[in-house]
Design a protein around this ligand. Structure first.
Ligand code: NAP
Ligand code: ZN
Ligand code: ZN
Length: 355
């Protein structure tokens, strides 16, 4: 077993405490990654607080992992020691079903293995990226292009791919009008990616507080959803709406903003059900859809796209002892626009504690 230093929650209400966890010994196709940066996703909070169902504690969250290969198993062909790599929300899947074979491992018929809070094929409970090291099979590791710093690459492994995949699936591009609801971690990536794909982008945020940022990121228009006039003004406007909001909202109110054949895609994943009236769907052949992360090939494609288009998330790098505070700020919609943990600070703190 390989020992890693980590930050874990020991119950549904924090705080984070330093701990050590064990990573499996390298199997022939495994890669040991020394984690450099780990992003904080709102899903970490939903999961750790048990909002999506019971989890085991201690729990080490984190599925936006960027680091460097430290060791490779005897049969690894894709990566070598020193390579800059990333790991996202899944670390395995059956790799045999039709979905896996077509590169949609996130929709594996047998369920993919989450990076944390899942049981892997070795019977071990998975623990995530708020830690110094992780062992992952090479098929679930992606390469981080040289043009991307490891700190900004980390959030792309979830926030980036979760917005890139539906934008591609629903064909974002020139001539398409796209709205992004919620300008947080996912939302700000959706704006940058949709813009780079050539679409006309509108942000629908609770207030106009972040308007300057949204326009700077590439949005063409910016509206406040706390202003009822917004919903009158924008009726029938959008081909695609990406809802990134982490809470239950009146999603029905957004349906009328879609044009004929328009689709609203929920990537935001509140635990509570959201109800809609079907008439707005029927009368303009609209769709209400969902999407989760993206496949491994598509994740690599997204990283290469970001490198080529010089797209990166806007991040606030924090030390390991600031995670609790960062989570509170995420919950208060006070994130600009992704917190990223500098994993070095985790090791330094342990060294300091030993003295
Ligand atoms: P985040 O950084 O907290 O952003 C969410 C944004 O939603 C906030 O910045 C805020 O934007 C808006 N918002 C929050 N509470 C709201 C409320 N009560 N009413 C209206 N708007 C509200 O979160 P994130 O990391 O981007 O994640 C967003 C959601 O996506 C979470 O539910 C997460 O679990 C989910 N997710 C899903 C997938 C997937 O595979 N489908 C992957 C990753 C994350 P404004 O201040 O601009 O209004
Ligand atoms: Zn995530
Ligand atoms: Zn499968």
């Amino acid at each position: 077993m390989i020992k890693a230093i980590a930050r874990a929650v020991f119950g549904s209400v924090g705080p984070f405490k330093p701990t050590t966890i064990e990573r499996r010994d390298l199997q022939p196709h495994d890669v040991l990654i020394e984690i450099k940066y780990s992003g904080i996703c709102h899903s970490d909070i939903h999961t750790a607080r048990g909002e999506w169902g019971p989890v085991n504690y201690p729990l080490v969250p984190g599925h936006e992992i960027a680091g460097v290969v430290a060791q490779v198993g005897s049969k690894v062909t894709k990566y070598a020691i020193g390579d800059r790599v990333g790991v996202g929300c899944m670390v395995d899947s059956c790799r045999e079903c039709d979905r896996c074979r077509e590169g949609n491992e996130q929709y594996c018929r047998n369920g993919n293995t989450g990076t944390y809070a899942a049981t892997d094929r070795y019977g071990q409970y998975t623990q995530g990226g708020y830690s110094t090291h992780i062992v992952v099979t090479e098929d679930f590791v992606v390469r981080i292009p040289d043009a991307l710093g490891l700190d900004v690459a980390a959030p792309l492994l979830c926030a980036g791919i979760t917005t890139y995949s539906p934008l591609r699936h629903w064909k974002a591009g020139p001539g398409k009008k796209i709205a992004v609801v919620g300008l947080g971690g996912l939302g700000h990536m959706a704006v940058k990616l949709a813009r780079a794909m050539g679409a006309e982008v509108t942000v629908l945020s609770q207030t106009l507080k972040k308007k300057d940022d949204g326009l700077r990121m590439g949005a063409d228009h910016y509206y406040a959803t706390n202003d009822p006039e917004t919903f009158n003004k924008l009726v029938g406007s959008f081909d695609l709406i990406i809802n990134t909001v982490s809470a239950k909202i009146d999603v029905g109110a957004y349906l009328s903003l879609l044009t004929l054949d328009g689709t609203i895609v929920n990537v935001g994943a509140p635990a509570e059900p959201m109800s809609i009236h079907v008439l707005p769907l029927i009368l303009q052949r609209r769709s209400f859809a969902g999407s989760t992360i993206g496949g491994i090939r598509e994740t690599q494609e997204m990283l290469d796209f970001c490198a080529e288009h010089r797209i990166a998330p806007e991040i606030e790098v924090i030390a390991a002892n600031q995670i609790d505070e960062a989570w509170e700020r995420v919950l208060a919609s006070d994130v600009r626009y992704r917190f990223v943990i500098d994993i070095r600070t985790m090791k330094e703190e342990i060294e300091w504690r030993k003295k």
